[in-house]
Design a protein around this ligand. Structure first.
Ligand code: AMP
Length: 283
């Protein structure tokens, strides 16, 4: 039988475990997740372990980052499998609070995220999403008080929002980004991929393909605007409804018109059937 990692469902129990780790001189890494774990999440635990840290993963499907028409109630929940996967990855503890532990009666203070949170990417389609993310991540940082926190580049705008928030609020945690883990055909791993039908899954390969093609074209001199137009057309032809394809400055997410300006990132969000997928790559 594979082991299951221990679970702290309350902040009190979490602190009891973490105090013992600190007394033993360990550095602590936090890996925040919403569960339904896959190899992408495991890679974040591995990255934390490689830095010599004890790892606590949080599993919390945060209601405040979902919009009214999003998939909160049907978000996949696979808690036992998650615990097994985390134990195998060397994660030392799971913090899995219920909504009332995080948002007790009377809860009334939130974080409003600006800068990269208002870049006109995810925020155009999910207007309250990053305030929900920033608030829950600020709370997780306060609950865990980790030395480092690892986030996936898969959610690239989120990584920039959290990095900015930690700097702006002087939070004593180092935010570290980890590269996107992909399926063999290039599709970025995501808990939401399990919503895809076989036909949609086959179409979804177009997402990384179009990003790679756009990057190759830009590297040979095609202006970003043209590469974006071609990627959008290619995705539409492949059966996607495109929310955006954008080339942005890798740190601030400000628009760029030429690649000479600074390191850039290409970001995409597109829907196939009822499922919305996002991806991004360095240009
Ligand atoms: P989620 O459970 O979707 O909220 O994701 C939790 C963390 O895992 C976030 O920091 C994500 O960016 C990261 N993550 C999700 N998918 C991947 C992936 N394919 N590769 C690397 N990190 C990922």
């Amino acid at each position: 039988m594979p082991q299951l990692v221990s679970v702290a469902p309350t902040v009190r129990q979490l602190r009891r475990h973490l105090d013992a780790w600190r007394r033993d001189g360990h550095r602590i890494a936090l890996v925040p997740t919403m569960g339904a774990l896959h190899a992408g999440h495991v890679s974040l635990v591995t990255a934390a372990r490689r830095r010599g840290c004890k790892v606590v993963a949080s599993i919390f499907v945060n209601p405040t980052q979902f919009g009214p028409n999003e998939d909160l109630s049907k978000y996949p929940r696979t808690f036992l499998a998650d615990r097994r996967m985390l134990a195998e990855a060397g994660c030392g503890l799971v913090f899995a609070p219920g909504p009332a532990e995080v948002y007790p009666d009377g809860f009334s203070t939130t974080v409003t995220a600006g800068g990269p949170a208002k870049a006109g990417l995810e925020d155009r389609f999910r207007p309250f999403h990053f305030d929900g993310v920033a608030t829950v991540v600020a709370k997780l940082f306060a609950m865990v008080r980790p030395d480092i926190a690892i986030f996936g580049e898969k959610d690239y705008q989120q990584l920039q929002v959290v990095t900015r928030m930690a700097a702006d609020l002087d939070l004593a945690v180092k935010v570290i980004g980890a590269p996107t883990v992909r399926e063999a055909d290039g599709l970025a791993m995501s808990s939401r991929n399990r919503y895809l039908s076989a036909d949609e899954r086959a179409k979804a390969t177009a997402l990384p393909q179009m990003l790679r093609a756009a990057i190759a074209a830009m590297r040979t001199g095609q202006p970003p605007a043209e590469a974006v137009a071609e990627a959008t057309a290619g995705l539409t032809e492949a059966g996607f409804i495109v929310d955006y394809v954008e080339v942005r400055a890798a740190d601030t997410l400000a628009p760029v018109t030429s690649l000479a300006e600074r390191p850039a990132r290409i970001l995409v969000a597109a829907r196939v059937g009822a499922t919305r997928l996002i991806d991004n790559m360095p240009v």
